[in-house]
Design a protein. Sequence first.
Length: 132
Amino acid sequence: NQNWLGFDPQKVMTDQSNLQKFYIVKPADFSPSFELNSDSLQKIPKRITVDCWLKADKNAHSTLVIQTENMIGEKKWQGIEINQQIIDQEELNHVFSYMDLKSPFKKITIYVWNNGKKSVFIYSMNIKLMRL
């Protein structure tokens, strides 16, 4: 997909316990980023939501980031610590975040930033734009 930047097929692995594929984000690394320009949208959304299924250590210092860039290039980002939503580090966990879009934007970027010391394993990432 043209909206995903930085995808490395060598980082796609298979979980032998459930035969699902996942993307590994090593320490001090970033996941592929999803980028969307507002000029490709018919209607400008009022909220963006992101939810991921992933595995991570309870002490992981990783962040799910939603970033917007306005028409003059100023960036605003919001991040949620993934470890706040980890219930069982041995199982898949549902991590969720959202950002209300209060002003016009030129671009939205979404990614996981692993600023911790252990890898994060992303099984899926869903992004929704809502008009409320």
